[in-house]
Write a protein that binds this ligand. Structure first.
Ligand SMILES: C[S@@+](CC[C@H](N)C(=O)[O-])C[C@H]1O[C@@H](n2cnc3c(N)ncnc32)[C@H](O)[C@@H]1O
Length: 252
């Protein structure tokens, strides 16, 4: 019998528990490695077991465990929501299906460039949030302003790290301006960014518009990824100097 690192005996050695994927004709090494990582990822396995559409669901669960913005009754906008893990979590937490008796019933509205399989309790629209009037449409669908705007969006990878970094910061800045248009006073903005240096302006912008800005890497975010999340709480309104800034649009 093999011994685990803690000294306990087990039927199989720890190393043997990892699923190995053999290279196959016609499959690139990068695809084989991706498949192997997916099969061995505990969050992937947990998502399958718990019915979430992807491991990303645990990132918003962990962020909400820490900051508690998905409260029953909250109106939530999820930008770039496909395949829908974040929406699933939001539906449960804001009580969008009214299953928590005696608690307020919330609303979840997701938008994405791609089509999304329906999610019970969420309203989903195929929409580029950068398109003209996207903010007006969202407010119309929502029937008013939102308490939470969250974004897990990523721009399509160019293969060049520096370019990708600038693009995701630009996307995040655009999401922040979108949030300024649809958030209720006191609201929360959550967005994915990549650590890498170009995000200082974004941080400064958020600090002017919100009472608190935190940068967090939830445990579900892979340690080898430079992704992190900003959680900005207590929306104060758009600072005047930022009201008409559209300098990010050229990067997208
Ligand atoms: C990482 S996925 C989101 C995963 C999601 N949080 C979940 O839990 O399933 C990022 C999504 O952002 C979307 N996206 C990127 N740019 C967008 C845009 N301009 N408007 C709407 N969606 C966008 C992509 O289509 C993609 O589906």
């Amino acid at each position: 019998m093999a011994k685990t690192p803690s000294g306990k005996t087990s039927g199989r050695g720890q190393r043997d528990l990892r699923v190995r994927v053999k290279t196959a004709k016609g499959r690139k090494l990068s695809s084989t490695l991706w498949l192997e990582r997916q099969l061995n990822d505990p969050y992937v396995q947990r998502a399958r077991k718990e019915g979430y559409r992807g491991r990303a669901a645990y990132k918003i669960l962990e962020l909400d465990d820490k900051f508690r913005f998905l409260v029953p009754g909250a109106r939530v906008v999820d930008l770039g929501c496909a395949p829908g893990g974040w929406c699933q979590v939001a539906v449960e937490r804001v009580n969008a299906l009214g299953q928590k008796s005696g608690k307020k019933v919330g609303t979840v509205l997701g938008v994405d460039l791609q089509e999304v399989e329906p999610i019970a309790g969420a309203e989903i629209h195929q929409l580029d949030f950068l398109s003209d009037d996207a903010d007006e449409k969202v407010k119309e669908w929502l029937g008013g302003k939102a308490d939470v705007v969250m974004s897990d969006m990523a721009a399509a990878s160019s293969g060049h790290k520096g370019t990708d970094h600038l693009r995701i910061v630009a996307l995040c800045e655009a999401a922040a301006y979108f949030a300024f248009d649809v958030l209720e006073e006191g609201g929360t903005f959550v967005a994915k960014v990549l650590a890498g240096g170009a995000e200082n302006e974004l941080q400064a912008l958020l600090k002017r518009a919100f009472t608190k800005v935190a940068n967090v890497k939830p445990p579900a975010s892979r340690a080898d990824s430079s992704e992190k999340f900003v959680v900005a709480t207590g929306f104060r309104g758009v600072p005047e100097e930022d009201a008409a800034d559209d300098s990010v649009s050229g990067l997208l």
